[in-house]
Design a protein around this ligand. Structure first.
Ligand code: FES
Ligand code: FES
Length: 127
C-alpha cells in the first residue's frame, strides 16, 4: 500500500496529538471505532464563547491513513464555527490526502469523530 506524500507527512509529523479535559464544559469529545479494522479514534474540540473551535486534539490507534485523517481534521476545524466544522465531509478528507478506495473508511472515521465531538459539546451545553 503506497501512501501519498500528504499522508506520510501527517503520519510522521502528526498535528495536535494530545488530550483535552473531557469533563470541561467547553470541551467536546468524539470517540469512534471502525468496524472494518478495529481502529479507534478520539477527537476533542475546545469551543470559545462565540461558538468557534479554538483548539483540537486527537489520539488515534490505527493505520497511517486514520492518523493522517484525524491530524488533518484537527487542523481544519481550528477557527471554524461548529456548523462549519459539521460540514467537513470524509470525501474532502479523502480527496486532500489522496486516499485509495480501500482507505476511505479511515476518512469516514475522522468525519464521524468530529461529528461526535460536536454532538458531545452541544449535549453538554443543553444541561
Ligand atoms: Fe487497522 Fe488500519 S486496518 S490499522
Ligand atoms: Fe482502518 Fe485506516 S482506519 S485501515
Amino acid at each position: 500500500m503506497a501512501y501519498s506524500e500528504k499522508v506520510i507527512d501527517h503520519y510522521e509529523h502528526p498535528r495536535n496529538v494530545g488530550t483535552l479535559d473531557k469533563d470541561a464544559q467547553d470541551v467536546g469529545t468524539g470517540m469512534v471505532g471502525a468496524p472494518a479494522c478495529g481502529d479507534v479514534m478520539r477527537l476533542q474540540i475546545k469551543v470559545n464563547d462565540e461558538g468557534v473551535i479554538e483548539d483540537a486534539k486527537f489520539k488515534t490507534y490505527g493505520c497511517g491513513s486514520a492518523i493522517a485523517s484525524s491530524s488533518l481534521v484537527t487542523e481544519w476545524v481550528k477557527g471554524k464555527t461548529l456548523d462549519e466544522a459539521s460540514a467537513i465531509t470524509n470525501a474532502a478528507i479523502a480527496d486532500e490526502l489522496a486516499l485509495p478506495p480501500v482507505k476511505i473508511h479511515c476518512s469516514i472515521l475522522a468525519e464521524d469523530a468530529i461529528k461526535a465531538a460536536i454532538a458531545d459539546y452541544r449535549a453538554k451545553q443543553d444541561k
